[in-house]
Write a protein that binds this ligand. Structure first.
Ligand SMILES: [Cu+2]
Length: 172
């Protein structure tokens, strides 16, 4: 290999490395930010996924709490809160989302809850007695949101989160 060929090869290799590094850096920035939220360990909320103009989300009802979900504004939500007969009790058995005037009696199996959030923010929801509290995070765009976007959201609907002690107030 002559010197010219050698340096050309070196140049090509360097360029490839630069492009790869740039792509990785860019990907961490704004190209693939949706991955960051889903992959973030600090994000314990369940994310909706949008298919054909509907954002679907499936969660399981725990015995002593309600799941936190994260959805996008402006897209109809179809949330299935699946429940085992053993997880439903007199406390968590009826769920209310005041912002959408939703009052849902949970049944064993599928429980479909539908609403369309129109602005970003935190929508509180609770059991009918207001003792188990949880929230729906509404972001501008699911694929661009980061966990810091979520922590910057302010409450937009329903009563403020309260930490009442009662039959079913358990740490969340
Ligand atoms: Cu309750």
């Amino acid at each position: 290999m002559d010197t010219v060929k050698k340096s050309k090869t070196l140049l090509v290799v360097s360029l490839v490395i630069i492009v790869v590094i740039a792509a990785m850096a860019f990907g961490r920035g704004s190209l693939l930010p949706g991955k960051s939220l889903a992959a973030e360990t600090g994000n314990s909320s369940k994310l909706a996924s949008i298919t054909n103009g509907v954002q679907e989300i499936e969660t399981q009802l725990p015995q002593n709490g309600y799941p936190v979900i994260t959805v996008q504004k402006g897209v109809p939500v179809k949330w299935n809160l699946k429940a085992d007969a053993t997880s439903i009790n007199s406390c968590n058995g009826t769920l209310v989302i005041p912002e959408f005037n939703i009052k849902k009696d949970l049944q064993p199996g599928d429980n479909i809850i539908e609403f369309t959030p129109n602005q970003s923010g935190i929508i509180p929801y609770s059991c009918w007695m207001g003792m188990i509290n949880s929230q729906i995070n509404v972001v501008d765009a699911l694929d661009k949101a980061t966990s810091s976007d979520i922590s910057n959201l302010s409450v937009i609907g329903g009563p403020a989160k309260r930490s009442g002690a009662g039959c079913c107030s358990l740490s969340q």
